[in-house]
Design a protein around this ligand. Sequence first.
Ligand code: NAD
Ligand code: TYD
Length: 353
Amino acid sequence: MILITGGAGFIGANFVLDWLAGRDEAVLNLDKLTYAGNMETLASLRDDPRHIFVKGDIGDSALVAGLLARHQPRAIVNFAAESHVDRSIHGPEDFIETNIVGTFRLLEAVRAYWNGLEGEARAVFRFLHVSTDEVYGSLAPTEAAFTETHRYEPNSPYSASKAASDHLVRAYHHTYGLPVLTTNCSNNYGPYHFPEKLIPLMIVNALAGKPLPVYGDGMQVRDWLYVKDHCCAIRRVLEAGQPGEVYNVGGWNEKPNIAIVNIVCDLLDELRPKNDGGSYKTQITYVKDRPGHDRRYAIDASKIQRELGWKPAETFETGIRKTVQWYLANPDWVAHVQSGAYRDWVQTQYATS
Ligand code: NAD
Ligand code: TYD
């Protein structure tokens, strides 16, 4: 089996669902169920013996050591993190605790476990750390996209904490020989995305008749990747990546935020026209900029394409249409997130161990 941390979050849950849709190898899912963890996303796996869910913290050394000893995973994919830049600006402490201290404790437990493995089990074992392009800092408008050797220049508490975790992962390879893999991915979008992030927030606010808050001038550029393409890249790196290597993952799809918001409005105008015949664009509201806001991220994903044969399957046009359609087709998921009812799901619907 494989151990997934943070598998009730946006990308982790998509990863678990896609993994079990494609193969029978079991998943041990360790997630603390912070506000970002949503077991309702995993409802279809409630009675599936291939999915073992454990509510717990990657920083709980005794818990992690016990799980590793009992389940003997052949690989670990570390998604668990505090992930929202705006929250990191308001309160960085949880980011330091989970992204840095938690990753360190997880690495220590994994090192002890791996040291105890022998023969084939030791040779094939992998620890894959899921990271972000934000560790590289901000690009000037015409600067070349981030390659794997771009220097680290994190600007937010979130990206600084992810950068620190990347460095620890790297050090555990160089110092202890732990067979690690690191992926640095651009902005994801798709189903089950918590509506505090740009794209789902715009969809749910538009439908609710609320303002669509665009920070600053809306000309900050992000490189958007459909979440299922990211999950596919992670599976590929796990399968064929070279231990100690870093792989940048991106969508070759740079767009300013205001263009994203306009595209979302156009799709909603088409798929769920407003009663008054107007456009959702009338709800766009420019608001005060995020402090220290990075102007541009862009990923050069040629290494993973060249060495591992991965490239995105979705274009932005196909991926964003699927995403908007998913939110329109799943109003209950959205309503439960907004009301907070999703937090009761684990007590009422799901057996934990
Ligand atoms: P998310 O916030 O939606 O999910 C994070 C999950 O981790 C939640 O289920 C949460 O309960 C869990 N968690 C938090 N602290 C934990 C702890 N101490 N122990 C165990 N579980 C804990 O985040 P996401 O968007 O799914 O991102 C997953 C990973 O991918 C993160 O490491 C993030 O840095 C990285 N990443 C995200 C993006 C993006 O666009 N969302 C892009 C590149 C990389
Ligand atoms: P976000 O989804 O928070 O991802 P990140 O900050 O990790 O890139 O934000 C994406 C971009 O959208 C970022 O430039 C900030 C901007 N943004 C807004 O303009 N308005 C919003 O309400 C949010 C949440 C983000």
